[in-house]
Design a protein around this ligand. Structure first.
Ligand code: NAD
Length: 482
């Protein structure tokens, strides 16, 4: 059993104030494989004090100094990519190919992208040509509390830690207690890269203790949170008493509008593959497939046939199969929502309740497709966070847009049409932070985030850096004086 019970505070690995241990479970066999510590408010105090001490000097380092350290981090990350993939696969069940090529790899992708953003970013500029003496200066906001979930652990950690440090902030990271091993590897990389003591601190723990203590802490200037809407609201409330900036990446129930003029096999299977990727545990998963009525039955048939071929398997094996869900809690939640779909009258055309054939342990579920779904059903409104697709018919473009926007969320949306002008027209009308047309991938550096209850702020690119900056206006500024 791996023992990783220390926290990274002030440049050192330190024992928690009070020993309280938690076993980390491998979702593929339900067995513990590591032990971590759950911290307390006293550990948060120590980490915040270290971050506060480091801030004056880190916030005044030059762009060149920060870039040099981020380059070292990228080198350490690339060298230990396989360790990272192994940690992610064991803690949250991503099959090795996905763990290596997507889950671990995207961390390096984000570090590289933020290096490019920092190389070009304008921290200072005059207000406009008419007002050269009105200087607009962007400065780091201060000490940042970062809370991340288990579903794309390194994606979320690098989308927060790297821009915060690039901006000149110092940080306290609390990764998910369900998937903490990848962040421990990340902290080792930060140590190897040689960031000054206190610039990056990491405390493990659960939401109600460490997460809550961070959100309330008067020494933290900003909270950046990714996870459920429930916990995001809790962070926001706790942070309000000290008027912190709060950025949130929350859930989604993203629509995928499929018009009749597309190559249907291509569009439907692509949508399903994306919905099932990471065992459906992605906030931007296209979980509501809206299909134009004349091709709806055909699309359901294609979806049923494709889903029957989707393999579920052990994460340690090579291949394109999907792995288990992350935890017993998620397994129960997904089973409950599949049951709710059946009770509300949706038609199961693939998958269903229970484990796939051949599995008697592990949090494996059956990839499931529901047809005849209407947008009022729970499976159309709630984030399932499992490999479950809801297929809804529509008659007109206007109806498709109305159904797509009829959700408390607004993270991603997807449009499939051979008519490019229509696809763009529909994309403009969708109330979502991101719209992907005809399966086009998003590049690194594009802003990630949502409208409505999907969150506040944007991660990635220059927008991700700006979220960690204050804006100062200096009037009466003369160039070259200091
Ligand atoms: P969660 O929101 O409970 O946990 C995410 C992070 O927040 C973890 O680090 C957790 O310790 C912390 N946290 C929990 N309660 C907190 C509190 N009161 N104050 C401060 N921090 C707190 O999510 P979960 O339990 O891991 O998953 C539950 C559901 O959340 C999932 O079913 C899914 O719908 C959703 N989810 C969404 C995303 C996303 O990227 N949008 C990611 C993970 C989970």
């Amino acid at each position: 059993m791996l023992r990783k019970t220390k926290f990274f505070i002030d440049g050192k690995w330190v024992a928690p104030d009070v020993a309280k241990e938690l076993e980390v479970i491998n979702p593929a066999d339900e067995q513990p494989f590591a032990v971590i510590s759950l911290g307390s408010a006293a550990d948060v105090d120590k980490a915040v004090e270290a971050a506060q001490r480091a801030f004056p000097s880190w916030s005044t380092t030059s762009r060149k100094e920060r870039l040099a350290l981020l380059e070292k981090l990228l080198a350490a990350y690339n060298r230990r990519m396989r360790d990272m993939a192994n940690a992610i696969s064991a803690e949250m069940g991503a099959p090795m190919k996905l763990a290596l090529e997507s889950q671990a790899a995207c961390g390096a992708g984000h570090i590289k992208s933020f290096i490019e953003v920092l190389q070009r970013f304008e921290f200072e500029e005059p207000l406009d040509e008419k007002n050269p003496g009105e200087r607009i200066v962007r400065e780091p906001i201060g000490v940042c509390g970062l809370i991340t979930p288990w579903n794309w652990p390194m994606n979320q950690v690098t989308l927060k830690v790297v821009p915060a440090l690039a901006a000149g902030c110092t940080v306290v990271l609390k990764p998910s207690e369900i998937a903490p091993m990848s962040s421990i590897v990340f902290a080792e990389m930060m140590e190897e890269a040689g960031f000054p003591a206190g610039v990056f601190n990491m405390v493990n723990g659960d939401g109600p203790s460490v997460g809550e203590a961070m959100s309330r802490h008067p020494g933290i200037d900003m909270m950046s949170f990714t996870g459920s809407t429930r916990a995001g609201v809790a962070v926001t409330k706790a942070a309000s008493e000290t008027v912190k900036r709060v950025t949130l990446e929350l859930g989604g129930k993203s629509p995928n509008i499929v018009f009749a003029d597309v190559d249907l096999v291509d569009a439907v299977t692509r949508g399903l593959a994306h919905c099932f990727e990471n065992t459906g545990q992605s906030c931007n998963a296209p979980t509501r497939m809206l299909v134009e009525r004349p091709v709806y039955d055909k699309a359901v048939d294609i979806a049923a046939k494709y889903t029957a071929t989707v393999k579920v398997g052990d994460p340690s094996e090579d291949g394109d199969h999907i792995g288990p869900l992350v935890s017993e809690m998620q397994f129960d939640k997904v089973q409950g929502l599949i049951e709710a779909g059946i009770k509300e009258g949706a038609r199961v055309v693939a998958g269903g309740i229970g484990r796939p054939e051949g599995f008697n342990r592990g949090y494996f579920v059956r990839p499931t497709v529901f047809a005849d779904v209407n947008n009022e059903m729970r499976i159309a409104r709630e984030e399932v966070f499992g490999p479950v697709l809801a297929m809804i018919p529509f008659e007109t473009e206007e109806e498709a847009i109305a159904i797509a926007n009829d959700t408390p969320y607004g993270l991603s949306a997807y449009v499939q049409s051979a008519d490019k002008a229509r696809a763009q027209r529909v994309a403009r009308k969708l109330r979502a932070g991101m719209v992907q047309i005809n399966g086009t991938d998003r590049p690194y550096g594009s802003p990630f985030g949502g409208y409505k209850q999907s969150g506040l702020g944007r991660e990635g690119g220059k927008w991700g850096l700006e979220d960690f900056l204050e804006v100062k206006a200096i009037s009466g500024f003369e160039e070259g004086l200091g």
